[in-house]
Design a protein around this ligand. Structure first.
Ligand code: Y39
Ligand code: FE
Ligand code: FE
Ligand code: FE
Length: 230
């Protein structure tokens, strides 16, 4: 179901809004911080794309600062403890894959799953954000499409050798996204972001990415519904 335009009922200074914002804002800040770290790590492995990946890492650092400013602007203190726990499983899976030299898994986790999660969250947030945060988020989401595109291009160029690992990594990591989404659905709703709209945007963007990489539409359906329990 499409979202309504900015609801007049949102009171950005209410305690309920600020309480929910303290967790969602923290998730986004922590996500940007970890994304910065992940691209710096990928730059070590994919030396032929080192400069590009370092640029992406710098962009993530700018995003983090932008979202910290959004919290400050609303007088909200982000709950960073909550956010660390929120990302822990995905973070551990990235680290484990990295330690085993599984660069395809690392790219699936960061450039496909996490970027798509960011794109859906930011697209759904923009129409219901306060003016300050909307301007910041509009700038950020353009970058996230570039990050997703980086992953798509690399995986497309290496599709035949990457395919089996992508399927396994998808099976292990996509269910985590649905769990994460369920954990924040209530807070997101307080900010005017509907869960259905988040899931829909995620599915469309993730499915398109898998198709661009080289999966058939049948495979895309199977992969993107993995672990989906609504
Ligand atoms: O690549 C990036 O910049 C991604 C790190 C940022 C992730 C943001 C995660 C957003 C989830 C928010 C969930 C709100 C419903
Ligand atoms: Fe780390
Ligand atoms: Fe980012
Ligand atoms: Fe990104």
């Amino acid at each position: 179901m499409p979202q309504l335009e900015a609801s007049p009922a949102l009171d950005f200074q209410s305690e309920a809004y600020k309480d929910a914002y303290s967790r969602i804002n923290a998730i986004v800040i922590e996500g940007e911080l970890e994304a910065n770290d992940n691209y710096k790590k990928l730059a070590e492995h994919l030396s032929e794309h080192k400069d590009d990946l370092i640029k992406l890492a710098r962009m993530e650092n700018r995003h983090m600062k932008g979202f910290q400013a959004c919290g400050k602007n609303l007088n909200v203190t982000p709950d960073m403890e909550f956010a660390k726990v929120f990302f822990a499983k995905l973070h551990d899976n990235f680290k484990e894959a990295w330690d085993e030299g599984k660069v395809v898994t690392c790219l699936l986790i960061q450039s496909l799953i996490i970027e798509t999660f960011a794109i859906s969250a930011y697209n759904i947030y923009i129409p219901v954000a306060d003016d300050f945060a909307r301007k910041i988020t509009e700038g950020v989401v353009k970058d996230e499409y570039m990050h997703l595109n980086f992953g798509e291009e690399w995986l497309k160029a290496n599709f035949e050798t990457a395919k089996a690992e992508l399927e396994e990594a998808n099976r292990q990591n996509l269910p985590l996204v649905w769990q994460m989404l369920n954990q924040v659905a209530e807070d997101a709703a307080v900010l005017g972001m509907e869960k259905d709209a988040l899931v829909e945007d995620f599915m469309i963007t993730y499915g398109e990415a898998l198709g661009n990489i080289g999966f058939t539409s049948r495979e895309v359906m199977k992969l993107s519904a993995q672990g989906l329990a609504m």
